[in-house]
Design a protein around this ligand. Structure first.
Ligand code: ZN
Length: 159
């Protein structure tokens, strides 16, 4: 079964900046489960998956514009230190903050006595990414999954 809109796909991935060592991988863990055509993953990777089948492996370079977007200036914010809990903060470190819009990865820029300056750009923003992908399986999504816009069950959402 080929990968196309409204099909559920499980895959393993390794990703890093183009020309750099990989920084993240699902190998050794559970594959990622996504619903095609619902914005579950970055557009450039989803496009590269279309038409492929279970068992296929491939590599693809995705430019920043089709990955996490370009870095934007002015996305810096000063946040009271208490929001970071007990963790020890260092410049350059990435932490996940709970915001009104849900969890968000930010990069620590400067740590003061009572406030912390952070960069709200996605850590992978502005980077061209290299992916190594292995398609594990492909199936039709259920009507409920399509309605929710995500995969249920193994590797997906549990309600
Ligand atoms: Zn759901």
């Amino acid at each position: 079964m080929k990968i196309e809109k409204d099909r559920a796909v499980r895959f393993h991935y390794t990703v890093g900046e183009v020309g750099q060592p990989a920084t993240e991988s699902s190998n050794g863990g559970e594959p990622l489960a996504i619903l095609i055509g619902h914005g579950n993953i970055i557009p450039g990777l989803e496009k590269a998956m279309e038409g492929r089948e279970a068992g296929e492996t491939f590599s693809v370079d995705v430019p920043a514009a089709e990955a996490y977007g370009e870095r934007r200036e002015g996305l810096n914010q000063r946040i009271p230190k208490k929001h970071f809990g007990e963790q020890r903060l260092m410049p350059g470190m990435q932490v996940v903050l709970q915001t009104n819009f849900g969890p968000r990865a930010v990069t620590i820029e400067k740590v003061g006595m009572s406030v912390v300056d952070v960069d709200l750009n996605h850590p992978m923003a502005g980077k061209d990414l290299h992916f190594d992908i292995e398609i594990v399986d492909v199936r039709e999504a259920s009507a409920e999954e399509v309605e929710h816009g995500h995969v249920h069950g193994d590797g997906g959402h549990h309600h």
